[in-house]
Ligand binder design. Structure first.
Ligand code: OOG
Ligand code: NI
Length: 466
């Protein structure tokens, strides 16, 4: 049977678009946020031609307007492993393990995303996916009740499950199937204003942790935010209140820099939404739930193990100088600490590269294309760079940061301090629930960097001579 399949990259691009359209209708403030980001990005590109040129060289300028991530929280191992299969249809693999329990959030997580640079270029859409750790509910009766409620729900439509199986057996989906898959998969991420539980059960779950109520009390894992990528998050943060958006107190992640590293994030506070709760006699009672928000991110260069260790160390130092987590009260002091602590982190790409702190992509220059003759002494990467045959650009960080993620969770869980959970991270248990290992993000950056070097040497005809 000869049949042409739609590429998973295309399915992901369609899905990302459909999700954004749906979220705009569900949360109109997200639309406002998208406009704000588009305005900021346009002004940055106009004011910084060098940055515009860099983004053009790497191709990133094309993905900028479509770039976004989302987040969901699922309740059971079964839901997580099926989610993995559904995301696989869109070319998204689980990358990285994040333990949020030290920050008082009873979940552990991974990011589903494309892993090859060509696929990331086609559509960088990614979903931060958390699994509720029911074992962290202290009250046994409530824990059992939550498990019963979760076991009774089906978050996927029968049709999306059929199409996922078809993808797995055929090795792809036809155009018609792929389009239907996108529509069907979208249902899982929809908001439902009717809870599956009574107001009393909801209050009990909420009393344990707001997040537990968010996961357990609804028909499915509604997308809780979508995040466009900005080129200047400080400008975006300043612009939010001007457009009537209540912004989070501090920007998570590293301080502002000339050469951005990793990821900086800010968000607007979750909205209070009306919900109808079930009751025994078939009537329903009205209440509210607060979960869905909008976020903005700025991405910088991916760091090596060495760079990441330095980042973690400097971030810890900055945080140890304030009491508790950053909040409205200490925001200015905290940002000042960050600036001071990160003064020792090199802030130009040449030094980041020389010191092995960050990953880069290599490109053949005009001079290289015009004629590399392979003269002696020119044939190692470093000297090819020094002699101008090869240039390099920062490789973008595609993942998340656990301390930042905890800050994002918390800003939307109310300002009440959350207790830390005295449990260990459990990547093994997470992978068991997922039904597969998560990929190591550093290995992925390493491979992309290596491929770009190999391509340059190939193009110069220098491969094999090194
Ligand atoms: C996820 C929060 C983490 C991020 O960008 O770090 C996150 C959630 O609230 O479910 O999205
Ligand atoms: Ni997020």
């Amino acid at each position: 049977m000869s049949q042409s399949f739609v590429s998973p990259d295309q399915i992901r691009a369609w899905f990302s678009r459909a999700m954004s359209d749906m979220y705009k209708l569900e949360v109109p403030l997200y639309d406002t946020l998208m406009e704000l980001v588009a305005d900021v990005n346009a002004s940055v590109l106009a004011e910084q031609p060098e940055l515009a040129a860099q983004l053009t060289r790497t191709g990133e300028i094309e993905r900028l307007d479509v770039e976004r991530h989302g987040a969901i929280r699922v309740g059971t191992a079964q839901e997580l492993s099926t989610m993995r299969r559904v995301f696989a249809v869109m070319g998204m693999q689980p990358v990285g393990y994040y333990d949020l329990s030290p920050a008082g959030v009873p979940v552990h997580s991974t990011a589903f995303r494309a892993t090859h640079e060509a696929s990331l270029q086609a559509s960088p859409f990614r979903v931060f996916t958390s699994l509720l750790r029911l074992e962290l509910i202290a009250d046994q009766a409530l824990r059992e009740k939550a498990a019963r409620i979760l076991a009774a729900r089906q978050i996927f439509t029968p049709r999306v499950l059929e199409l996922t199986e078809r993808f797995e057996t055929q090795g792809g989906l036809s155009d018609a199937d792929a389009r239907e898959f996108v529509n069907e998969a979208l249902h899982t991420f929809r908001w439902h204003s009717e809870a599956t539980v009574s107001l009393q059960d909801y209050s009990e779950l909420h009393g344990q942790h707001r997040l537990i109520a968010d996961v357990v009390a609804f028909k499915g894992p509604h997308i809780n935010h979508l995040t466009p990528r900005t080129l200047d998050i400080d400008q975006a943060q300043a612009e939010m209140p001007r457009r009537g958006i209540a912004a989070k107190a501090v920007i998570e992640g590293p301080p502002p820099r000339k050469c951005p590293i990793l990821l900086r994030q800010t968000s607007f506070k979750a909205l209070e939404e009306s919900v109808l709760f079930a009751s025994a006699n078939g009537t329903s009672s009205a209440g509210t739930h607060t979960a869905r928000f909008g976020e903005i991110e700025q991405r910088g260069v991916a760091l090596t193990r060495k760079g990441r260790d330095l980042y973690d160390q400097l971030l810890d130092m900055a945080r140890s100088r304030i009491s508790g987590a950053p909040n409205e009260g200490n925001a200015a002091a905290y940002m000042q600490n960050l600036q001071e602590c990160f003064a020792t982190f090199p802030d130009d790409y040449a030094r980041l590269r020389e010191q092995g702190l960050a990953y880069f992509r290599y490109f053949v220059t005009e001079k290289g294309r015009a004629g590399y003759t392979g003269a002696a002494g020119e044939s190692d990467l470093q000297s090819l760079v020094e002699q101008g045959y090869i240039s390099y650009e920062p490789l973008v960080y595609e993942d998340f940061l656990p301390v930042s993620a905890a800050g994002i969770f918390q800003s939307n869980l109310g300002d009440k301090a959350q207790a830390e959970y005295a449990v260990d991270a459990s990547q093994v248990a997470f992978e068991q629930a997922l039904g597969a290992p998560v990929q190591d993000e550093l290995a992925l950056y390493e491979e992309t960097q290596k491929r770009s070097i190999a391509e340059c040497l190939q193009a110069l005809g220098a491969a094999g001579r090194l």
